[in-house]
Design a protein around this ligand. Structure first.
Ligand SMILES: Nc1ncnc2c1ncn2[C@@H]1O[C@H](COP(=O)(O)OP(=O)(O)OP(=O)(O)O)[C@@H](O)[C@H]1O
Length: 252
């Protein structure tokens, strides 16, 4: 379980996060949705200790991020940010091996090699594995970055808009892989999505955020409603139902 207690965050005089208290269940895909500027990325950065925790408490299972050793945290939670600059002349398989760094500390073992191969297969990266990152398209690079995060093999994954640049096939494949990882490998995947229908189709739990606050938490069918979409995004939508899950259609 991920527990957030009374998280507030300021940048200068501006309050970005307002007293967020939230418990997120384990072994689920949890979609975090909300309008631009709601504070989703800021919350992720605080949770992954990329930004200082100014107030409150964040726990991933038994690990409190404040008292947790850096190496333990890197084996507990992995985060894909929105702004991913990969520097240097690296091949895809070399980047994936970086994801294993918390385990091998610079000296990869056969287990690390095996994990990288498994992830290459899982994410259908065979044809890209020997390519230099600088030669990849935007979507290919995004797929490789996600694969690197999964290589870290942490029980908790925070993915900020991972569907950016992905085509329909790869977006669907990724969401299915994440669901598979959560349900069969006991991963807890929290994922920021702007595509509400992806959240509706694949998430076990949906969390909505607006203006630095959590508005609602629940199953897609309970959270993704006409009223919620109006409240969050100020858009009028029609909500259909497909196999027990909502599908939204913009009514304008
Ligand atoms: N370095 C900064 N200085 C000032 N304000 C900032 C800074 N970083 C973020 N903010 C503000 O904090 C708020 C939350 O930003 P954040 O990036 O967390 O939102 P988000 O929900 O991830 O948005 P998006 O969906 O657009 O990615 C926004 O109003 C943003 O302008």
């Amino acid at each position: 379980m991920i527990k957030l207690n009374n998280i507030s965050y300021h940048i200068g005089k501006q309050q970005i996060l307002h007293d967020i208290t939230l418990s997120l269940p384990s072994e689920q895909v949890i979609a975090l949705i909300g309008p631009n500027g709601a504070g989703k990325s800021t919350l992720f950065s605080v949770m992954a200790r990329l930004q200082p925790l100014q107030s409150g408490q964040v726990c991933f299972g038994e690990h409190d991020i404040v008292s947790c050793h850096a190496r333990t945290l890197s084996k507990t939670v992995a985060m894909l940010g929105q702004d991913n600059q990969v520097q240097g002349r690296l091949r895809v398989h070399e980047l994936l091996m970086f994801g294993r760094y918390p385990y091998h500390q610079g000296q990869p073992t056969a287990d690390d090699q095996q994990k990288v191969l498994e992830i290459i297969e899982r994410f259908e990266l065979e044809l890209l594995a020997d390519r230099f990152l600088s030669t990849l398209s935007g979507g290919q690079r995004q797929r490789v970055l996600i694969a690197m995060i999964v290589c870290q093999d942490t029980p908790y994954l925070l993915l900020d808009e991972p569907l950016n640049n992905l085509d329909m096939y790869h977006a669907g494949r990724l969401m299915r892989e994440l669901r598979e990882l959560s349900h069969s490998q006991q991963k807890t995947v929290v994922i920021v999505l702007h595509d509400i229908n992806q959240a509706a189709q694949f998430a076990d739990t949906v969390v909505t955020m607006k203006e630095g606050q959590v508005m609602a938490v629940g199953q897609p069918v309970d959270v993704i409603t006409q009223e919620t979409m109006k409240q969050l995004y100020n858009v009028d939508v029609t909500v259909l139902n497909h196999q027990g899950r909502p599908v939204i259609v913009d009514s304008v």
